[in-house]
Design a binder for this molecule. Sequence first.
Ligand code: NAP
Ligand code: ZN
Length: 362
Amino acid sequence: MEFGFYMPTRVKIGKNCVLKNSDDFKIGTKALIVTGKSSAVNGALDDVLNVLNKNNTEFVIFDKVMSNPTVECVYEGAEVAVEEEVDFVIAIGGGSPMDAAKAVALLAVSDLDRIQLFGSDIGHRALPMIHIPTTAGTGSEVTPYSILTNHEKQTKKSIASDCLFPQYAFLDAKYMQSISHDVMVNTAIDALSHSVEGMLSVKANIMSDIVAAEAIRLISSQFKNLKEGIADKEILLYAAMLGGVVISQTKTTAVHAMGYPLTYFKNIDHGRANGLLLGEFMKYTEKYEPLRVKKILSVMGIENTAEFKNIFIELLGKRDNFSVDELEMYSYISEDTGGVKNSIHRPNVDEILEIYTKSLID
Ligand code: NAP
Ligand code: ZN
């Protein structure tokens, strides 16, 4: 046996966990709250402001984070952090505000240009962070990744460093009461995808597999409820966090790498993009690693990969339109990415095109 495991984020789960743990918010003297246009208006911002006022902690709000945050947005946030001399960051929202907050926390203390930002030498420092997820999908609250839209590369690119692990994550499903049906479905699929991909990663280990299997079991138990709009949000929030724990060890695979161009060029939601591709990637991997795939199917209580693919067809509804030319371009963009290289069986460019075509056109 040979493997390592690192998970430095202190996670607190449960109703009113922010209000009940106000002392944990004393990790600095002035906070930058990083959030999106609507992701804070669900009670989360009120609770945080309540706690900061109780602690006599100063704060500034940066609420300009859009879905799939851009490099420009995080430099703007970092400028505010420096000007306002904040010494910690509080992220409130889905994966977009949480990922933006990580890059802001990094850029607030490190003078990195746009090329260095995505390089391997970003240093080891970032402002301390508290993350409050308001979607049940990305698990970004427990990962060391920040994924940003990079127009120069015409896709989404990851920044990865242990210094991007938040110090605290507070998970309270009460913030998810007014979430839309589509966001609920897409984010649940993203969370499932993290755990499935974690089990199909070259970095999978016995511990990440245990966590992934539990997340897959929990999310699968909610598929029927998701369709009917009555999913248990607390279970999904917990399972999404477990999925984050998984990819913090294993990273994601070809599914995420191939999903990024769908989001970049067609504005397809991150979780939906993964869900459109996951079925065919499982079928592809089954040819080379049948036992791994069987293990995932058995956790879900299903017989075969056709049944697996069908779950996503039913959840995602009508497919988006793609041309062969578009899929060829996406195949070349995805081919040389870390995600593709991280897959237990690595598809070449022709196989990537085949997975795209079978997923999106056939
Ligand atoms: P999101 O872009 O953060 O949010 C999707 C939508 O839901 C937005 O319109 C958002 O509004 C809204 N929303 C969020 N919380 C809400 C709530 N409680 N009630 C009502 N509406 C709410 O989507 P996401 O799927 O959570 O995150 C996707 C991003 O995470 C992508 O950029 C993806 O690449 C990244 N990601 C990161 C990791 C990682 O490990 N770091 C892993 C997977 C994915 P606002 O826009 O107004 O906030
Ligand atoms: Zn994801």
